[in-house]
Design a protein around this ligand. Structure first.
Ligand code: SF4
Length: 317
């Protein structure tokens, strides 16, 4: 095949490619909620980019148990994505807010519902680094299905974490990842790309974060959030308009990241996908996810770029 005609999955280790290889069929994530509000918001001290009504499917909040959330969401997508219902299979993705925050027995009962649900193959729990502790990890001991914890690392640079009012430091990131390592828990990382303080012609600061991720052996997945500034978010009041991340700039940074990221890491998300649905964003990011993916594919094909081509493992350095 001509290298300019390759698909994205020929060049990067995407979520769908990884799960298709693992199970032999497509697997979809269902975004679930513990229905517990974010602990920072409850204290009135939230991350300055975050506004609640951009969260995935707020209808989920009408269903007070996990079985009902799974049934509601799977019915919504089933006919569109599965031709053969025998292969209908999902990942229970506890995605909203901080899914390790709350009464430990209540959280355990939610995770066990997902664990026992026949359509669920795996579980992912997404949370902040400062809400990962031994008590929480112990409670996961009796989950039978494969599970993973995704951690909102965002960046290794404390100045950027402060800029976003994240209320945690990189030292919290290190402590959380080390604890997950100690418990041998499969781990994912969320990163925010586009902090104005990390603007650099050669993407020095972002690539330092990628290098740190590469060196954490238990990190198997990564999820990128291109920084979106919503009109109502606190961040809109402090960011210079000239610093807003636009599509060409993000594609340039993403291309550098792809070259440098460890080849075995699964890239679970390339773009923040619900941007224009809310019509509330200040960034210049025209089009829809399909178009952005096509542009990325064109860029990678143009220069024959593939995941990890610049990566050098520790043992080879
Ligand atoms: S990004 Fe997460 S931790 Fe921060 S305010 Fe939003 S829900 Fe809370």
């Amino acid at each position: 095949m001509n290298y300019k005609n390759k698909e994205l999955e020929d060049r990067i280790n995407t979520f769908s490619k990884y799960y298709k290889n693992k199970y032999g069929f497509k697997v979809f994530k269902l975004g679930l909620s513990t229905l517990i509000p974010c602990p920072l918001r409850a204290k009135g001290n939230q991350c300055n980019f975050c506004i609640e009504d951009t969260f995935t499917d707020t209808m989920t909040n009408n269903y007070k148990d996990i079985n009902s959330q799974i049934d509601y969401l799977s019915e919504k997508i089933r006919d569109k994505v599965f031709k053969n219902y025998q292969n209908e299979a999902y990942i229970a993705y506890f995605q909203e807010n901080t899914s390790s925050y709350g009464d430990i027995d209540y959280l355990h009962s939610l995770f066990k519902q997902a664990d026992n649900h026949p359509k669920i193959l795996e579980i992912i729990i997404s949370t902040r680094p400062d809400y990962i502790n031994t008590q929480f990890l112990e409670v996961l001991n009796d989950i039978k299905k494969p599970y993973k914890i995704e951690v909102g690392i965002q960046t290794i640079h404390n100045k950027s974490l402060q800029f976003f009012n994240r209320n945690h430091s990189h030292e919290d990131n290190i402590r959380a990842i080390d604890l997950l390592k100690k418990y041998s828990i499969n781990t994912g990382a969320h990163l925010i790309i586009g902090c104005p303080l990390e603007n650099h012609p050669k993407h020095k600061y972002v690539l330092e974060t990628i290098e740190w991720i590469n060196n954490q052996d238990n990190i198997s997945d990564i999820k990128f959030h291109n920084l979106v500034v919503y009109k109502e978010a606190e961040l809109a009041n402090i960011i210079n308009k000239s610093d807003l991340l636009n599509l060409p700039h993000y594609l340039e940074i993403l291309t550098e990241i792809i070259k440098n990221i460890r080849p075995d890491i699964v890239i679970s998300r390339l773009f923040t996908s619900n941007l224009n649905r809310h019509n509330k964003m200040l960034n210049d990011f025209p089009g829809i996810k399909k178009h952005w993916l096509n542009q990325l594919k064109g860029k990678l094909n143009q220069s024959d770029i593939y995941q990890g081509q610049n990566y050098k493992s520790k043992s080879r350095t």
